[in-house]
Design a protein around this ligand. Structure first.
Ligand code: HEC
Ligand code: HEC
Ligand code: HEC
Ligand code: HEC
Ligand code: HEC
Length: 442
């Protein structure tokens, strides 16, 4: 059983309470607010991040509630162990009553990690000495906390990916690998080749120059971004939402290489679309890919008339609502042993997946070198003179909001706050006509 580790971790934190040195006592160390005065930039960025939001996220709260109702007391800490690890370690895994400062992935959930004995399901262990770990080899002394350099916290060291990876790698209680970001990364050239080595934090915590703590004569260092934009964004009133939205758009705009070709086909014209994951250090999308919706919209016109479309989805409608079987959807699907879809991720018995994989080899002669996916769509209704495409993305399927609103008191209107992103590099337009068939745009 993979979660057998948790009670042990809880003991470790209980003992931490006895022996934290310096001005911040053990309770204060657990509270991100007590870091704010000296590390205002880190605090502000973290406060708007999904690592903070997950502690109050109504979507998570609702899904955790459904999990608890569905599975009884089989493993009550399971979800919270990653989403609010310090709450579980303090024996407060009921988020309705847990103190606020333990909710979310808090500062010490990362900065007290001293080992990662398991590479999945919150397999980090926390130090019991209260010494804050970071990537600075010669930290200025502070009365607030002892500091220590740690390889696990140094984004230039390959092992630092395991600090992140042990949470970004989710096996269900039945051992089905539903979130695979860390294992995906381990297969890529970013993990396996010195030349192209990029840890999670090299991509996700960019550096700028500046002091990292408030105080006189603080040295100028590399200060690493703590806002971790991905694709999720707060749907309730939460600090830094606009900032997150624009950071996410920036990440997504460079993630994919897209090519749109219009070619002569057996029965007229064929539109060929190629997508290659070039920006991600893991598959695209990654993480909770059963709930993500990524799809390709194609529209073809002859003059003013639309003669073909695929994947056109109205605002506020689920992707599958148009009943269009040609829609290219990129996601995981969870099924039971008979191949029927299951309602929730913890019920999965098998995973069917068509994610866009990241580069795994630098050798152009290897069959794995080409890692794009292609779809071909025949058009029987005429010869287009204009074809448009875009890849669109929603963090969470609207069906998930609906299902949760049915079973819990989740506000059904929350879904309206969720943006649909268009990925900049995939917004393409081909123009031409009969004489241009066989050409591509990218
Ligand atoms: C009284 C001010 C103060 C408070 C409060 C404070 N720190 Fe620090 N912290 C510092 C100083 C000063 C440094 C050293 C900065 C340097 O060397 O440039 C530091 C360094 C760090 C480092 C880098 C350690 C390393 O070796 O890489 C981390 C991480 C850190 N603090 C996290 C925290 C966290 C988390 C909290 C809240 C629980 C916190 N700090 C509270 C002043 C403070
Ligand atoms: C998800 C894990 C994680 C969380 C949560 C987190 N940090 Fe960090 N933090 C890191 C990592 C990793 C580094 C080191 C990056 C490096 O040096 O390569 C770091 C570095 C730092 C540093 C050293 C200066 C720098 O920018 O490298 C300070 C100070 C710091 N964090 C403060 C905080 C505070 C305060 C909080 C909470 C408000 C917090 N961190 C939350 C992962 C985290
Ligand atoms: C204690 C567990 C834990 C650790 C350690 C952790 N994460 Fe996370 N992370 C989470 C959870 C839970 C979420 C989901 C929050 C959400 O999306 O609402 C998340 C969200 C994210 C997101 C945003 C995902 C999205 O869809 O928008 C990014 C990016 C991310 N983490 C990167 C990192 C990196 C990089 C590290 C290491 C420095 C790290 N995480 C360490 C648990 C963790
Ligand atoms: C080469 C750069 C790179 C590396 C290395 C990398 N990422 Fe990412 N990551 C990205 C980009 C770009 C995105 C936004 C596009 C996307 O969603 O895939 C992203 C998105 C994410 C997301 C949101 C996933 C989604 O698609 O829904 C998570 C979570 C995440 N990364 C975690 C990690 C973790 C954990 C690691 C290390 C094991 C890591 N990343 C390594 C570039 C990187
Ligand atoms: C091993 C750690 C881990 C466990 C266990 C885990 N999660 Fe997550 N979860 C994550 C990470 C990491 C992400 C962020 C991935 C991403 O955004 O792509 C995430 C994302 C999510 C999201 C989407 C973001 C959000 O908060 O809106 C939901 C909802 C969620 N998890 C619910 C659950 C539920 C319910 C359970 C228990 C049945 C659970 N998780 C168990 C690590 C975990």
């Amino acid at each position: 059983m993979r979660l057998a580790l948790l009670p042990l971790l809880f003991l470790v934190v209980a003992s931490l309470v006895a022996c934290a040195p310096g001005e911040l006592d053990a309770d204060a160390l657990l509270d991100p607010d007590s870091c704010a005065a000296c590390h205002p930039v880190h605090f502000e960025q973290w406060s708007g991040s999904m690592h903070a939001y997950t502690g109050v996220d109504p979507l998570f709260t609702a899904m955790n509630q459904v999990f608890l109702e569905d599975t009884g007391d089989r493993d009550p800490d399971y979800c919270v162990s990653c989403h609010s690890p310090m709450a579980v370690r303090a024996g407060e895994s009921d988020l309705a009553t847990a103190p606020d400062h333990l909710k979310g992935v808090t500062c010490v959930a990362c900065h007290l990690v001293d080992e990662v004995p398991e590479d999945h399901n919150a397999g980090q262990s926390l130090a019991d000495d209260g010494v804050i770990r970071g990537g600075i080899a010669d930290p200025v002394e502070t009365g607030a906390h002892d500091s220590k350099y740690s390889l696990l916290h140094d984004r230039n060291d390959p092992s630092s990916s395991s600090l992140c990876g042990a949470c970004h790698c989710v096996f269900t209680p039945d051992d089905i690998h539903v979130e695979r970001t860390f294992f995906e990364w381990r297969e890529t050239v970013f993990a396996s080749h010195d030349l192209t080595r990029l840890t999670c934090s090299r991509c996700h915590m960019r550096g700028t120059n500046g002091p990292v703590a408030v105080g006189e004569d603080m040295p100028i260092r590399r200060r690493h971004d703590h806002s971790w934009p991905g694709v999720d964004v707060a749907l309730t009133n939460f600090p830094g939402r606009d900032e997150q939205l624009s950071l996410i758009q920036g990440e997504l705009d460079d993630s994919l290489y897209a090519q749109l070709c219009v070619e002569p086909g057996p029965a007229g014209v064929e539109v060929a679309v190629r997508l290659e994951n070039v920006g991600g250090g893991h598959s695209f999308p990654s993480g909770s890919t059963v709930d993500r919706r990524v799809w390709v919209e194609i529209r073809a016109f002859a003059g003013k008339e639309e003669i073909f479309s695929s994947g056109v989805v109205e605002d506020g409608q689920p992707v599958t609502a148009n009943g269009d079987p040609t829609t290219w959807l990129i996601r995981d699907q969870h099924e039971d042993a008979n191949g029927d879809p299951v309602d929730w991720m913890w019920q999965a018995e098998t995973v069917r997946s068509n994610l866009l994989e990241a580069p795994v080899t630098l050798d152009p002669t290897s069959p794995a070198y080409l890692h794009y996916q292609e779809r071909r769509l025949p058009i029987y209704t005429g010869i287009p003179d204009r074809v448009t495409m875009r890849v669109r993305m929603r963090a969470t399927a609207l069906e998930v909001f609906d299902a949760l609103a049915e079973q819990t008191d989740l506000d059904p209107n929350l879904a309206q706050e969720q943006p649909t992103f268009d990925l900049g590099s995939t917004v393409l337009e081909w123009t031409g006509g009969l004489e241009s068939l066989g050409t591509c745009v990218d």
